[in-house]
Design a binder for this molecule. Sequence first.
Ligand code: HEM
Length: 304
Amino acid sequence: MSVRSAFSSSIIKKVWMALTGLFLCTFLIGHLAGNMQLILKTGEEGRRAFNEYAYFMAHNPFIKVLSYVTYFSIIFHAVQGFYLTYQNKKARPQGYAYTKPGANSSLPSRYMAVLGTLILVFIVTHMANFWWRAKIKEDIPLHYKTITKEQMQQKIKFTYILTTKGEYMPFSVKEENSGMYYDLRTGQPLMNKADSCIYRIKNHQELYDKETDLKITEGYKDLYTVVMDFFNPKKNDIALVYLLLYVVSMAVLAFHLWHGFASGFQSLGLNHKRYTPIIQGIGKLFALAVPGLFALITILIYLK
Ligand code: HEM
């Protein structure tokens, strides 16, 4: 390969690094906006808001395409980043032995590959915890609400499913003391829970009429409760470990973005005497605000 083509191919690689990196920055804004629902509203209101958002994200065709672009960008950005670091090391085997690195580059800029690797480890762990359960294992319970009424020394528990039409639909009725279920249509007592529901759940969130096998409606996956319980020390013995993992990872992300955001614009050739300092300023603000808010969400959930 000629020096010229090697140079141009490494420029092209940098442009791809920049495009995928900046795309991932827009992903972070969207993801943060959705996750803010976890703390902006409380109780059932917050639970509804977050589960509705997760449903929208999982069903909107445009967002689905964006999800695939996100997965591709993460893999591409990481692989290309490793390759460029390897090439740089090969081209300069002695490293900075005779120079002072701090003199012409900032600390985060010299550790981009290490920071990127730590972020990759975080993303893999994070997706194993949530994305895997929501998309592959599909064991997220449905969003339901229970109301217990006491009448004539009986404790009757009514379970409702929140439907995507925004209504709470009666799902099952149980007498707490005897453990007896009741048929929702006839009011007849039943011995087992499965018989008491007049709906059958298919595809983890679709509700079908048991008799006619017609689809009635859809429910929401209760991802909100899964996330809240994950960081809740009363529900999860290792919630503190997860909290620390998230907070430390967000600090790592902040360092990576501190250099990476503005560097992305530079790799795209957007260099301007007046605008480059503004982009650098926005990059530093972004690097502090976005990971800072992600970390704050997990801390507030933990302390709740
Ligand atoms: C407060 C911190 C965070 C929380 C509570 C959180 C929560 C979640 C949840 C619940 C999902 C699953 C959504 C679904 O599949 O329906 C998810 C997916 C994901 N998260 Fe996070 N997240 C956080 C921070 C981050 C950060 C900082 C990154 C990246 C550095 C990240 C990257 C991802 C990715 C790549 C996915 C898969 C997205 C997709 O399928 O389109 N998350 N997150």
